[in-house]
Design a protein. Structure first.
Length: 218
């Protein structure tokens, strides 16, 4: 799932090791083997999921172009919330401590510098953009549900829960709001307007069909 969030090899190794530890009583693959598997997994994901991979590269390219101009990638979510993909270089200082008469040095963060952290900004932008759209969807769902008297709602990011007697209607609201969110506006194209880059080619899925996806948000 995190491929389209621009996850790096180190992150994939950590995720894979967690799964291995759960499946094999805490045992993890050797470092060399883990990195070999990660490369194979990444290649398979990009072949099977070319759309998400292309979107990830597109948003990363937008961020790098903004960084080259000395600015941050910024946008407004569909609910009007302003988002700035703002990452500055961290200021680091050396702290000297004494432990049993032995001096120990630690490098710690102490605020931020004016200079952009271009790498961090590029790596984080795809996930931040997707999360901002998920948040907009959540807001729309809650507002629409409240209008129909569904007020006992639990939301965790992109997961929803309600009373069992209201579940069928609530599920319909979730799907309808998602369809409306993407049918009425081209969010990727709007994001690229600030940098002059066109988004990758889209597939042929009609966003309105999400309303009929029976097992979506089941």
């Amino acid at each position: 799932m995190t491929l389209s969030y621009n996850v790096k090899d180190d992150g994939m190794v950590r995720q894979m090791n967690e799964v291995y530890a759960d499946l094999f009583d805490g045992n993890e693959p050797e470092e060399k083997a883990a990195r070999y598997l990660v490369k194979k997994i990444r290649k398979a994901c990009e072949e099977l999921l070319p759309g998400p991979a292309a979107v990830m590269r597109y948003i990363t390219a937008l961020t790098r172009r903004c960084s080259a101009d000395g600015r941050f990638l910024e946008w407004r979510s569909p609910t009007g919330f302003f988002v700035s993909n703002r990452y500055n270089r961290q200021r680091r200082v050396t702290v000297n401590l004494l432990r049993h008469g032995v001096r120990i040095r630690h490098r710690v963060g102490d605020g931020y510098l004016p200079k952009l952290d271009k790498t961090k900004a590029a790596n984080s932008a795809p996930a931040n953009f997707v999360h901002s759209l998920d948040a907009a969807h959540l807001v729309r769902v809650v507002n629409a549900a409240m209008e129909e008297g569904i007020s006992e709602i639990v939301c965790v990011h992109d997961s929803f829960a309600c009373l069992a007697t209201q579940a069928v209607r609530f599920n319909r609201i979730i799907r309808t709001q998602m369809a409306m969110l993407y049918a009425r506006q081209d969010h990727l194209r709007a994001l690229g307007e600030q940098s002059g880059l066109s988004p990758p080619p889209y597939g042929d899925l009609d966003p309105l069909e999400v309303q009929n996806a029976e097992y979506c948000f089941a």
